[in-house]
Design a binder for this molecule. Structure first.
Ligand code: FRU
Length: 516
């Protein structure tokens, strides 16, 4: 029987009272209509549609009653919400996990002609369950293309009796060691990724364990492991192990790190140049780890399965556990990031992740706003954001003798409040400052400044900035460095300005486009 969204697990209602109107709802980022969401789950492409399941509270807009919400899209930008897919019940919350298309019907849940979609999720057992307080991996399956789901009667399928064993990401491994399912999941408080194998998705055998390594100050969550051809060369495949962690990320609170290495079907071995040894004090220099995003709001990022042509696409939760339950939005709370196409490219001799935002297919032609303009210690007004649309700013700038190049975003004419994205040419850093971005008072830890090291290419800064009502995502140097933050600007804050200080910079090209 398909699980019913109305299962009785209602424990929390809405969030803090007296929230302001719904003005912050983004245009290009997925939000649940009226409820809370956190991690993306079960990302899968199937029969022409992308499915985005996600941690959802069907009964409120703070964390609780964890179930899998569901939305679909054909372009990864415009999403349609569907009823709750896999609901919590009296015995369990349905925590994060993944979905595979069981092409060979290895599980027996489908048929050879009509393979089932199989969800592998974490059962977080509640007080009523004999397994209360533990987390174990369970299955649900769908025979109608992901619209309705049945929990497997013999759940859980993998139980270590642990309180923190969760977030299974499953993929099909074909390689030197054979062909079988591989699961990566975390033992969160031990900062370990555990790898398992299975032939039928029901019975699992431990393969190996990775970690702790690099940023390991707190809980490891939501891992992912996938192969990519370096620089697109099929003979040079490397594996990327993604490990989200909370707290303890480079910008504070939640964030995602990754390792590049090799996987032989049994063990993941990180390349030595990815590993940061602890200093004499036992601490790891977080700035030397590899980060998916240097901002505060890209967490629980994982990739889609089953996407044609080996395309690897990731989505993260655009949020941070530091303040997630307090965001000043209503009735919805929290959004996903933009989807990102990820590839491995050689950067300074080593393979590194390059991330590019997925934008609507038909972005209108902006015409060139500026071309070959020298700006000496002064400001230029850029086009205002259009209400109801997101704004895309793309620029190639030679900093020249300038000390800083600031994009002052989401400001109101004459007001000082703005979100400031700067390139600090002296330090070689991209800096995102949201201390005076508007409403920051809803949580003590929200007002903050984040930064990332950026090396210029032939003296040029190339940047793509996506501004969507309550967020700024900056992709520098064609996606080598990403910096993303939420912001909650004051009403009517739509103006943008480019400000050059300390010398002369040359804007080779700058365009501003409205996107919806
Ligand atoms: C990450 C996380 C996961 C867990 C889920 C519960 O944000 O804590 O580890 O499965 O959220 O909602």
């Amino acid at each position: 029987m398909p699980t019913s969204p109305a299962s009785a697990c209602r424990e929390t209602e809405g969030g803090p009272a007296a929230l302001p109107a719904d003005g912050y709802r983004p245009v290009l980022h997925y939000t649940a209509n009226k409820t809370w969401l956190n991690d993306p789950n079960g990302l899968v492409w199937h029969q022409g549609r992308y499915h985005l399941y996600y941690q959802n509270n069907p009964f409120g807009n703070v964390w609780g009653n964890m179930s899998w919400g569901h939305a679909t899209s054909t372009d990864l930008v415009h999403w349609t919400e569907h009823p709750v897919a896999i609901a919590c019940d009296e015995d369990e919350d349905v925590f994060s996990g993944s979905i595979v298309v069981d092409h060979g019907n290895t599980s027996g849940f489908g048929t050879a002609d009509q393979p089932a979609l199989v969800a592998v999720y974490t059962s977080a057992f509640k007080q009523r369950s004999p397994r209360a307080g533990t987390q174990a991996q369970s299955l649900a399956f769908s025979s109608d293309g992901g619209m309705s789901w049945t929990k497997y009667a013999d759940n859980p399928v993998l139980d270590r009796g642990s309180a923190d064993f969760r977030d299974p990401k499953v993929f099909r491994y074909h390689g030197v060691s054979g062909s079988y399912w591989v699961m990566v999941a975390v033992e969160a408080r031990h900062q370990q990724v555990l790898l398992y194998r299975s032939d039928d998705l029901k019975s699992w055998e431990h393969l190996s364990t990775f970690g702790p390594a690099n940023a390991a100050g707190a809980e490891w969550e939501c891992p992912d492991l996938f192969p990519l051809a370096v620089d697109g060369v099929p003979e040079n495949v490397k594996w990327v192990l993604v490990v989200n962690l909370n707290p303890g990320a480079v910008a504070g609170g939640s964030g995602g790190q990754y390792f590049v290495g090799d996987f032989d079907g049994v063990e993941f071995i990180a390349d030595p140049d990815c590993l940061v040894p602890a200093g004499a004090d036992g601490d790891v220099d977080l700035t030397r780890c590899l980060w998916l995003d240097w901002g505060r709001d890209y967490y629980a990022a994982v990739s889609f399965s089953n996407v044609p042509e080996d395309r690897r696409i990731m989505i993260g939760w655009m949020n941070n556990w530091d303040y997630a339950n307090s965001l000043p939005t209503s009735p919805w709370r929290a959004s996903m990031s933009l989807a990102r196409d990820v590839v491995l490219e050689t950067v300074s001799g080593a393979p590194r992740l390059i991330q590019r935002p997925v934008l609507p297919a038909n972005v209108p032609d902006p015409g060139t706003v500026m071309r070959d303009v020298d700006i000496h210690d002064s400001s230029r007004r850029l086009a205002e954001a259009v209400p109801g649309a997101a704004q895309l700013i793309e620029a190639e700038i030679l900093p020249g003798t300038a000390r800083t190049i600031d994009f002052r975003l989401l400001s109101a004419p004459g007001a000082t409040a703005a979100t400031v994205l700067s390139f600090d040419a002296v330090e070689g850093r991209l800096v995102l400052d949201r201390r005076d971005s508007g409403n920051t008072a809803f949580h003590d830890s929200f007002a903050s400044v984040e930064s990332a090291p950026v090396e210029l290419d032939d003296g040029a800064l190339r940047i793509r900035i996506v501004i969507d009502q309550c967020s700024v995502e900056a992709f520098a140097q064609d996606g080598r460095v990403v910096l993303s933050d939420l912001v909650f600007p004051l009403p009517g804050s739509r103006s943008a300005e480019l400000h050059v200080a300390g010398g002369t910079a040359t804007v080779r090209k700058l365009t501003v486009t409205s996107v919806s």
